[in-house]
Design a protein around this ligand. Structure first.
Ligand code: NAD
Ligand code: WQD
Length: 337
């Protein structure tokens, strides 16, 4: 069995990817400091797949501890680096925390990969690297814009750190995956997104409002230059996203070298109001909302051209939106129990 190390594997996208990797026959080692997750997600992975991933509770910014884990798992054939802090607003308040955690962590992971000759890295990048795009949909060739937050900067800089490291070390191959807006949960309802405190992101805010945990969803702005005036995003099912990581690894393991970059989205944009309505229709749950002023820093509209991943990785996001919304709701209801 080929071994894959996933940093941040106890988190939202990492836990779904752990399931997808195990279901594809990989042996999974999770490294996570549990700063934004708990081992309950690994219990969920174990219930779904019948196998509990090996868990190493380590902070990627601690090079000695990380080295010792890599030493024990030096037979790994690849690393998926999810571990990062991701709250955009918090990153504006605490930039050094974000630069240290996200960039020191990445540098340490790359250092260990070179030391132990682990040849493939998949990196969690983000559509945030495109800033406010002037042409839609965005392709991988769309020029990157200055990031609007320290969080976004860590993705732009992270991509560059990986590019330079691969250039200097051709034994290393890398895939940069630029996620659009991941939503939903595993169909079993056993794993999902577990935000700490008040959610920043739309989907968990919708499900928590429907569950009565929040009194009202605030919709930020109805005066954008979009068809219905609301912001438009490309919402991608987290299970489709997880499958893309498996496809990316398999592509590298078949011999692809150098750096590949892929947008991971559905290729279709939905406005905030369309998403709220689709959620209510798919689940029958009511989402009280009020329209308030725009949120500072929001991009009016962005969606992906993800056709490169279709052509090269033979991957596409094909879960119907209604299924994704039902899974998000199922997970939310399980969280209350
Ligand atoms: P998450 O917070 O659920 O998962 C991240 C995991 O990394 C958590 O389990 C956390 O405990 C762990 N972690 C953080 N810093 C660590 C460190 N120094 N050492 C070890 N573990 C550490 O977030 P997610 O939504 O699953 O995001 C995964 C990755 O995808 C992140 O890199 C994020 O920036 C990126 N991303 C997420 C989104 C999104 O909307 N969710 C969009 C684009 C990109
Ligand atoms: C989506 C839409 C909001 C909450 C962020 C990061 C990005 C990436 C994904 C990691 C927007 C609206 C939201 C609410 C609302 N993360 N909204 N009421 O801003 O597209 O992207 O998460 O890389 O980097 O910036 O996602 O879910 O916060 O917002 O009306 O309570 O929902 O205005 O139009 P966003 P989001």
């Amino acid at each position: 069995m080929q071994k894959i190390i996933i940093t941040g594997g106890a988190g939202y996208i990492g836990s779904h990817t752990a399931v997808a990797l195990q279901e594809s026959g990989f042996d999974v080692v999770v490294i996570d400091n549990l700063s934004n997750s708990s081992v309950a997600s690994l219990d969920g992975v174990a219930s779904i797949t019948g196998t509990r991933p090996c868990f190493e509770c380590v902070d990627c910014t601690n090079i000695e501890a990380l080295r010792s884990v890599f030493n024990r798992h030096s037979d790994a054939v690849g690393v998926i680096h999810f571990a990062a802090l991701k709250a955009v607003g918090e990153s504006v308040q605490q930039p050094l925390l974000y630069y240290r955690n996200n960039l020191d962590g990445l540098i340490n992971v790359l250092t260990c990969m070179l030391e132990f000759q682990i040849p493939n890295i998949v990196f969690s990048s983000s559509a945030t690297v495109y800033g406010v795009p002037s042409v839609l949909p965005v392709t991988e060739e769309t020029p990157l814009q200055p990031a609007t937050s320290p969080y976004g900067q860590t993705k732009v800089i992270g991509e560059n750190i990986i590019r330079d490291t691969v250039l200097a070390n051709p034994v290393l191959g890398a895939t940069l995956l630029r996620y659009f807006n991941p939503i939903g949960a595993h169909p079993s309802g056993l794993i999902g997104e577990h935000p700490n405190g008040i959610p920043n992101n739309l989907m968990p805010y919708i499900t928590q409002t429907a569950a009565g945990i929040r009194p009202m969803l605030r919709i930020f702005g109805d005066d954008y230059d979009t068809p219905d005036g609301f912001c438009v995003r490309d919402y991608i099912d987290v299970n489709d996203l997880a499958a893309a990581h498996v496809a990316a690894l398999q592509y590298m393991l078949k011999g692809a070298t150098g750096i590949s970059t892929f947008n991971l989205g559905t290729g279709r944009g939905y406005s905030v109001m369309e998403l709220v309505n689709a959620f209510q229709e798919s689940t029958g749950a009511d989402v009280p909302y009020q329209i308030v002023a725009r949120r500072a820093g929001d991009v009016p509209a962005i969606w992906a051209d993800a056709s490169l991943a279709g052509r090269v990785l033979n991957w596409r996001a094909d879960t119907p939106l209604s299924e994704t919304l039902k899974s998000a709701w199922r997970w939310q209801q399980n969280c209350k129990k």
